[in-house]
Design a protein around this ligand. Structure first.
Ligand code: ASP
Length: 433
């Protein structure tokens, strides 16, 4: 097959063209045209992915849990998965904290720029602080209460409630394991067909990915630049060092943690791994949502990495909702950066509090764009940094969101491959794209 017919190359071309178009649109002042005529194609693409995310979680987790055949196996694989997810998140946080303490990006923001950023983004920041305030005022055990839906239709009605759907699916899966097989069979085969259907739909949607990614990127860049490229350049210059710290952290985490895991614990080569999940990374980059990317991640892991359906259908939906290493790393860097910019020192105890709260926050963060910055408010409050400080970093958050979502998705795929290898469930690669 010639290279340009391969999906990941087509998506890369869409992405580059989208970037170029977005910049041209900002320079030429075509913002209104881009919003009216280009952005809708991106919205349709992302809606199609979101449309199948909840049915996919339900179907894949219920088939995933029931195919584990007994509760012992479920708790072994479940325990292993959650332990690796937590472990990699802690490593990500340590990398983030080390980088931000060594590079000290907060010391480089001039005071007048700080005041300007605070003034420009304070309205936006207070809206988010309010959101986080609501989350915070509800007692220490509220995150666990929030996981348990009171109504499954309500839970499935919003992509923000994916954790509730995950809870229901695992709960229902356990129930199905405990009733006689012949009684469970009709429901299991229904969800198994639904699972196959959703995977087929992903394949169809992915044909349109290059166009969708082009439109998403063009719109994002053009709206960030807001027809005023000079302002963006000024922002990038002021926050450049902070952005480099986050990006370096994300890169090192992928390079060492994920690549190391793949090399040490699986028979796959790094080339095979990154080629296989490339399209999922590109979709994550353009949608900023690991929830919307989940269908693609699952398809790639099963078809291109040989992860068994049994493992992928359990590990990946769980990962998309609770495993967010990129988000955690970004939150750690951002929290310390804000403290540094405001001239506040954070001692070791405060930094350990960041690790603890960020692990919990990354579990509770919804797999949708910008969710990480709302949770950041809770971390800031935990270490006594004024949460209005998020005004400092809001201007560049969209770009970092795209990158941390790539890390989140890569982490889920790496853990799925490791768990599959450890369970002897890494089969042959089905197609070579
Ligand atoms: N956009 C991220 C995700 O969906 C969450 C975040 O960090 O905002 O993975």
């Amino acid at each position: 097959m010639p290279w340009y017919k391969k999906l990941h190359w087509q998506i890369i071309i869409g992405l580059i063209l989208g970037l170029v178009f977005g910049v041209v649109s900002a320079v030429m002042g075509w913002g209104a045209f881009t919003t009216a005529w280009i952005a809708p194609f991106g919205t349709i693409f992302i809606n199609l992915l979101k449309l199948i995310a909840v049915p996919l979680i339900l179907a894949s987790l219920i088939t995933g849990v029931t195919s584990l055949s007994d509760l012992k196996k479920l708790s072994r694989i479940g325990g292993k998965t959650i332990a690796i997810y937590m472990g990699t998140t802690v490593i990500a946080l340590v990398i983030g904290l080390t980088i931000v303490n060594v590079m000290q990006p907060g010391k480089t923001v001039p005071p007048e720029m700080r005041e300007k950023l605070e003034a420009t983004y304070s309205g936006d920041a207070s809206a988010r602080t309010l959101l986080a305030d609501e989350a915070k005022q509800r007692g220490p055990l509220q995150p666990i209460v929030d996981m348990v839906p009171e109504n499954i239709v309500g839970a499935a009605g919003s992509n923000r409630n994916m954790l509730q759907v995950v809870f229901f699916a695992i709960f229902a899966g356990i129930g199905l394991l405990l009733i006689p097989r012949e009684n469970a069979e009709p429901i299991i085969s229904f969800f198994s067909s639904l699972n196959d259907l959703v995977i087929k739909l992903v394949e169809i949607i992915m044909i349109t990915a290059p166009v969708g990614v082009f439109a998403l990127l063009a719109d994002t860049i053009s709206s960030i630049a807001g027809d005023n490229i000079a302002q963006v350049l000024e922002l990038l210059a002021a926050l450049g060092y902070y952005m480099i710290a986050v990006i370096l952290g994300l890169f090192l985490h992928m390079l060492f943690t994920y690549s190391g895991m793949i090399k040490l614990f699986t028979p796959r080569t790094l080339g095979q791994f990154y080629r296989a999940i490339g399209p999922a990374q590109l979709v994550a980059f353009s949608t900023s949502s690991s929830g919307a990317t989940l269908p693609v991640t699952m398809e790639r892991c099963e078809k291109e990495l040989g992860v068994s359906e049994e493992v992928s259908s359990f590990v990946l939906p769980l990962g998309a909702t609770i495993n967010m290493d990129g988000t955690g790393l970004y939150q750690a860097v951002a929290a310390v950066f804000i403290a540094q910019t405001l001239g506040m020192g954070l001692d070791l105890a405060a930094q350990l509090t960041i690790v603890f709260t960020a692990v919990l926050a990354s579990i509770g963060t919804a797999a949708v764009p910008s969710a990480g910055i709302v949770m950041l408010v809770i971390i800031l409050e935990a270490v006594g940094v004024p949460s209005a400080g998020i005004a400092l970093i809001l201007g560049v958050d969209r770009i970092l969101d795209m990158l941390r979502t790539v890390t989140n998705v890569t982490g889920d795929a790496a853990v799925a491959t490791v768990v599959a290898a450890s369970e002897n469930q890494l089969g042959p690669i089905q197609s070579a794209a």
